[in-house]
Design a protein around this ligand. Structure first.
Ligand code: DX5
Ligand code: ZN
Length: 219
């Protein structure tokens, strides 16, 4: 279970995305890109054209988190564009098996996300279709929110389910992950850590990524 850090560009300067990506190059395992449609969540960010531009501008693999309605329609396009990982929400997908398979067929890792109040147990049978399970540790929609400790027992239970199914699925946490909270997430069993504010509000984002990795590894 190798620790991976995925800085979220939601907290970066959208006018300078290529430069912001470059600031964590060599340290970050992924660049986390939050796609929001102002329907599934009450915020609007960016879509496929910006992701395509970012893919041309960086060599860091892109981790697309789709907080949108009708992800069944849109998700495969992000995989076809070259995103390394594409995550859809359980609360939004109407045909998750078909969509997760379409993401894989297009060459990306399939991600499946659960909001804080969504239980993981009903999705156990779907685990073979999933390369990464994302547990939201804030209500999705905005960066810089306070970490929800209430999700930690679910992280522990999700880790146990993953081990029961062979242990290959990555377990990502997203929301309020910082130097203060990352050890709790790692102890509970998370291995992929999204961090927006903790990286891009820092004076030295690369150093912030190093520090987060150290804390998540050495708990
Ligand atoms: C929130 C997004 C997160 C966000 C995390 O809905 O999914 O990826 O960028 O930002 P921080 O780390 O600042 O909570
Ligand atoms: Zn996200």
């Amino acid at each position: 279970m190798a620790v991976q850090i995925s800085p979220s560009i939601l907290s970066a300067d959208f006018a300078r995305l290529a430069d912001e990506a470059a600031r964590v190059e060599g340290e970050a395992d992924w660049l986390h890109v939050d796609v929001m449609d102002n329907h599934f969540v009450p915020n609007l960010t960016l879509g496929l054209p910006v992701v395509e531009a970012l893919l041309r501008a960086t060599s860091i693999p892109v981790d697309c988190h789709l907080m949108i309605e009708d992800p069944d329609r849109w998700a495969p396009g992000y995989a076809e564009a070259g995103a390394g990982s594409v995550t859809v929400h359980a609360e939004a997908a109407k045909a998750p098996v078909r969509t997760l398979r379409a993401i894989r067929a297009a060459g990306a890792r399939s991600g499946f996300a659960l909001n804080p109040a969504t239980a993981v147990e009903p999705y156990e049978d779907l685990l073979p279709e999933i390369d990464m399970l994302l547990l939201m540790t804030v209500e999705p929609g905005f960066g810089g929110q306070r970490f929800l400790d209430v999700v930690l027992p679910k992280v522990t239970r999700a880790r146990a389910l993953i081990e029961k199914h062979g242990g290959e699925i990555w377990l990502q946490v997203d929301g309020g992950v910082s130097a203060e909270t990352i050890e709790r997430c790692a102890t509970a069993g998370a291995d992929v850590f999204v961090a927006g504010n903790a990286v891009y509000a820092a004076a030295d984002p690369a150093e912030a990524v190093r520090r987060l990795r150290e804390l998540a590894t050495g708990f």
